[in-house]
Design a protein around this ligand. Structure first.
Ligand code: 5AD
Ligand code: SF4
Length: 450
């Protein structure tokens, strides 16, 4: 299901040269997936773009007088309960951005010719700044938008939302539009809730946020983790999902210093090709991601790294996909989530040329999954023979069996009595599969000998 965004009206006035005519067409193309259709007049337009020319003094003055007229239309629209966004683009914008905003405050946005590909993001930010939500402009089905549903504590583990929204504007993603900007809950409220959960018997807490490591409370996520780790009974803390950009030194250090912080990190990279990463607006390269992983591992050598990948992003060639396989090989993941690129109406990538064939996507997905599955299996196999602390969560499918989690988030199946549910117990790991481990309780005698 991919409903088209509702129609909005776009008026573009072009000044000057052929270059500007071409740019105006490009802007219309970029904005079409957001639901903007061209309107011949500025009256009643939702978005007005003046694509300006700086060549002559007179042309600039013409822009200001036009803006004066459009301001009146904007006021009319507002009086009628509507909104109009005014954008000044082109060479005048480039040359005198601040001056324009000062002389004509009705202008919402000034963009130079280098930034047209960012128009959807910039416009969304402008709307947000006015407190508008764009959620209704998107298909209701937002597959990638939902956080894991928050649970009432059914026992020993619980989720706790600490942050919502996203300011990153990856070009494939609906979240920044549907969920709005990054927003963090106050630490006091989080701590109060966490204490309440601990009092109800929760021992492991997973902090949730679309960009959880962008948590903006004082001291960032690292300070929050340290604060929560001090709550009696809360023995384990996890967080998801993180963005490489927000992985700061304090959080990396916390992985070395805070015992309760579990050695598992979900850090999506999406692709191993710098060309594709750029088109995705990810703001990291394959190399900077690898260096980041190196710093994290220096802090916590045994950490399990997990990721998200998209195959078949528009324009992805064989060589780009090979670069992704190369990066996966370099990182050595404990697990990862893989997706075929899916066109989300209203996102910039939906308008990109070079949409990849479904059959090619399928083939790439299968190859990537094979590699990641092999890595996951190897990661799990490396745990065999070790004794790991396992938090038992519930009964397993077999009589007398319990299921718990290792620090690395693998499910561990163990023959054990019910009374151990809610306890963290040393378990000898006997065997491994792709998704889980099998183990046995360590006899008390042996433990004493350790
Ligand atoms: N197509 C495919 N995968 C997507 N994701 C987000 N948007 C899309 C899309 N349009 C994936 C990303 C993200 C995860 C939650 O979902 O990998 O990290
Ligand atoms: Fe979407 Fe995540 Fe990118 Fe934000 S950081 S735009 S939520 S993929």
């Amino acid at each position: 299901m991919s409903a088209q965004a509702p129609q909005k009206r776009l008026y573009i006035k072009t000044y000057g040269c052929q270059m500007n005519v071409y740019d105006s067409e490009r802007m219309a193309d970029i904005l079409a997936p957001l639901g903007y259709a061209m309107s011949p007049t500025p009256q009643g337009a939702d978005l007005v773009v003046l694509n300006t020319c700086h060549i002559r003094e007179k042309a600039t003055e013409k822009v200001y007088s036009e803006l004066g007229q459009i301001r009146l239309l904007k006021l009319e629209t507002q009086a009628a309960g509507g909104t109009m966004t005014i954008v000044v683009a082109g060479c005048v914008a480039q040359a005198e951005g601040e001056e324009i905003m000062r002389r004509q405050p009705a202008v919402d946005l000034v963009v130079g010719p280098q930034a047209y590909h960012q128009l959807p993001e910039l416009i969304a930010r402008t709307h947000r700044a006015r407190g508008e939500r764009l959620a209704t402009d998107f298909a209701a089905e937002a597959k990638f938008d939902a956080l894991p549903t928050e649970r009432r504590p059914t026992g020993v583990t619980a989720f706790l939302t600490v942050q919502e929204g996203c300011d990153k504007f990856c070009t494939f993603c609906v979240v920044p539009y549907t969920r709005g900007g990054e927003w963090s809950r106050p630490a006091d409220a989080i701590e109060a809730e966490a204490r309440g959960l601990a009092e109800q018997g929760v021992r492991e807490l997973t902090l949730l946020g679309q960009n959880v490591n962008a948590y903006a409370g004082e001291g960032g996520l690292a300070a929050l983790v340290r604060r929560l780790a001090a709550i009696p009974g809360l023995d384990r803390i996890r967080y998801t999902t993180s963005h490489p950009r927000d992985m700061d030194d304090a959080l990396i250090a916390a992985h070395a210093e805070v015992d309760a912080l579990m050695p598992y990190l979900h850090l999506p990279v999406q692709s191993g090709s710098d060309r594709i990463l750029k088109a995705m607006n990810r703001a990291h390269t394959a190399d900077s991601y690898l260096r980041l992983i190196g710093r994290i591992r220096a802090s916590r050598p045994d950490i399990a790294i997990s990721g998200d990948f998209i195959v078949g992003f528009p324009g992805e060639r064989d060589a780009d996909f090979e670069a992704t396989l190369q990066l996966v090989g370099d990182v050595d993941y404990a697990t990862a989530f893989t997706f075929k690129y899916s066109r989300r109406p209203g996102t910039p990538a939906a308008a990109l040329p070079g949409q990849v064939d479904e059959a090619v996507k399928d083939e790439r997905l299968a190859r990537l999954n094979d590699l990641i599955n092999a890595q996951a299996r190897a990661f799990n196999t490396r745990q065999t023979g070790r004794t790991l602390p396992v938090l038992f969560e519930r009964r397993g499918r077999h009589e007398g069996q319990l299921i718990g989690r290792s620090p690395y988030l693998q499910a561990v199946h163990v023959t054990a009595p019910d009374r151990l549910i809610g306890q963290i117990v040393p378990v000898h790991i006997d065997g491994a599969a792709r998704m889980s481990l099998a183990g046995s309780l360590v006899p008390t005698r042996e433990l004493e000998a350790v």
